[in-house]
Design a protein around this ligand. Structure first.
Ligand code: MGP
Length: 220
């Protein structure tokens, strides 16, 4: 199945879920409806290749003096596309998250930190949006991850959206920053999936650790 078709079939599920509960994204709403199985047919859950974990860093728990990441928590690990949709439909999307929040979706057992041994030699591609404008691209990024859309899928660690006062930033973290072929392929494919026309840049974590505002090593 091609990228577009795959996204479409996953997006259709989102539409179906919205139709089931049109008030879904209101504060305090929890969708408890589940798809009713057809009589006599056991529906097999769709198993992604990897388990994925959502992580959240709560801005109200952040203090200027706290160590970076000390308030970051793994909130849910999911193993099926159905579980993904139930979670996705019951959590706030970036436009509704509080300023300062960081929301991550990483492969199970990879922590969204430079210090994680799998991330340590990696880097990230990022795209910046005006505040309130990243919801669609965040969803497309999640669908591309769990739908294993990337040709260099093994290179992917996960994705994060940082919600800030004036902007939202989505970053795609990868494992081996020096593997230029893989990074360029991932960057190009990600832009294509998002329908993003502007140039995006890739920063090595090693550089980000040394200085804030590190320079892009690759651009596509
Ligand atoms: P950032 O969030 O990657 O940069 O890191 P940005 O987007 O320029 O800043 P923001 O204010 O919009 O969040 C910001 C700072 O957070 C870094 O300079 C580090 O001090 C700290 N930091 C970020 N990350 C991803 C890590 C990490 O993985 N490990 C540690 N120890 N510190 C980090």
């Amino acid at each position: 199945m091609g990228v577009e078709e795959n996204l479409k079939s996953l997006s259709t599920k989102e539409e179906e879920n919205k139709n089931r509960n049109p008030n879904l994204k209101e504060e305090g709403d929890y969708d408890t409806t589940l798809p009713s199985p057809k009589k006599g047919i056991m529906e097999q859950p769709h198993q992604p290749e990897h388990l994925w974990t959502f992580w959240f860093d709560n801005p109200s728990a952040k203090s200027k003096h706290a160590t970076w990441g000390s308030s970051m928590r793994a909130i849910y690990t999911f193993s099926t596309v159905e579980q993904f949709w139930s979670l996705y439909n019951n959590i706030h999307h970036p436009s509704k998250l509080a300023v300062g929040a960081d929301f991550h979706c990483f492969k199970y057992k990879i922590e969204p930190k430079w210090e994680d041994p799998v991330c340590a030699n990696g880097g990230k591609w990022s795209v910046t949006f005006h505040r309130g404008k990243s919801d669609r691209c965040w969803l497309y990024t999640l669908l591309a991850l769990i739908g294993e859309q990337f040709r260099y899928g093994d290179e992917i660690c996960g994705a994060v959206v940082n919600v800030r006062g004036r902007q939202e930033k989505i970053a795609l973290w990868t494992k081996n920053a020096t593997n230029e072929t893989a990074q360029i392929s991932i960057g190009k494919q990600w832009k294509e999936l998002l329908g993003h026309k502007e140039t995006i840049g890739f920063i090595f974590h090693e550089d980000a650790k040394r200085e804030r505002g590190a320079k892009n090593r690759y651009t596509v």
